[in-house]
Design a binder for this molecule. Sequence first.
Ligand SMILES: NC(=O)c1ccc[n+]([C@@H]2O[C@H](COP(=O)([O-])OP(=O)(O)OC[C@H]3O[C@@H](n4cnc5c(N)ncnc54)[C@H](O)[C@@H]3O)[C@@H](O)[C@H]2O)c1
Length: 313
Amino acid sequence: MTTFIAGGTGFIGRRLVPRLAQRGEQIVCMDLNPQTADFSALGKQVRVVRGDVSQFDDVMARMTEAKPDRVINLAYFIGSEHPPHVAFKLNILGMDNVFEAARLAGCNRVAYASSLAVNGEQKFYGDRPVTEDDFRHGHVQYAMHKIFNEWQAQDYRDKHGMEITTIRPANVTGPDKIVGSVDHVFCITDPARGKSVKFPYKDAMRCPVHVDEIAEIFARVIMTDKPKHAVYSTGGVAISMGEIAEIVREFLPDAQITFDKETGGKAISGNHLIDNTRLVTEFGIQYRPYRERVLQIINDIRKEQDLPPIRDR
Ligand SMILES: NC(=O)c1ccc[n+]([C@@H]2O[C@H](COP(=O)([O-])OP(=O)(O)OC[C@H]3O[C@@H](n4cnc5c(N)ncnc54)[C@H](O)[C@@H]3O)[C@@H](O)[C@H]2O)c1
């Protein structure tokens, strides 16, 4: 069977493709930047083609050639600072192009990335985990676009009977993450590179989840023909920036991590208490302890710098 992945050479896609290949899938990645991943070890199982999701003709042509059984869209602008017209073309039109091209190519099974950003700040919900059925309070460009994508996916489900699954990753972490929510990542990667780093609030809350876990979730969900739900939150570990810094200092005692203020960050933090019961129950997802993931990221950076790995005690 063939899986077509738009945006498949990015941060998540790079880890997802080998996981699908292990499951015996043929994979066609369509990306504007095809050179940012190297799948040569996977031989003929993976083909990378250049294409722009905001151009319907590109998506349709590539999908017609690939004849996929499953489609995933990961192509997106992360963040909310983008000019409206430019962001709309990739995030809204691009997503619709993928849904419509899949439909016209006869592929019923689609998954795409939404985000925990659809929920906005935690303060809208109080001190409780947010579920997929809660009202979505997101209000910035990125959140509004994801909320519209979710609506559009439901419209395709309702009107065309397509099996489109929404996955809402939390704050994805990994050594090569450079856009989106990056403070929780730089709190690990900068000290691992011997650089000092400073953040506004020690009590700011994040919900990190390692990119390897996200790739595994996409693989399990897309390989399931009829998941029980339309929307899944990945959740992660609710943790403050100060607590992340403490874990980093356990492994790197000389880490220079400072904060402007002890408090004031929690009150304005994004959604970080997330109920992921659906995903855990249906797909058997279990996350490795976050502390292990911090060490993994530190050692990824040390490897880049030809330094020996740090061993856990
Ligand atoms: N990384 C995170 O923390 C995070 C968290 C929540 C949700 N998500 C969502 O997951 C998805 C993937 O995120 P990622 O971190 O892998 O992002 P990424 O930016 O690393 O990857 C996106 C890929 O899309 C490609 N792309 C951009 N414009 C394109 C276009 N016009 N046509 C074709 N390809 C294009 C890029 O070249 C890149 O390879 C996105 O929808 C993102 O919003 C990510």
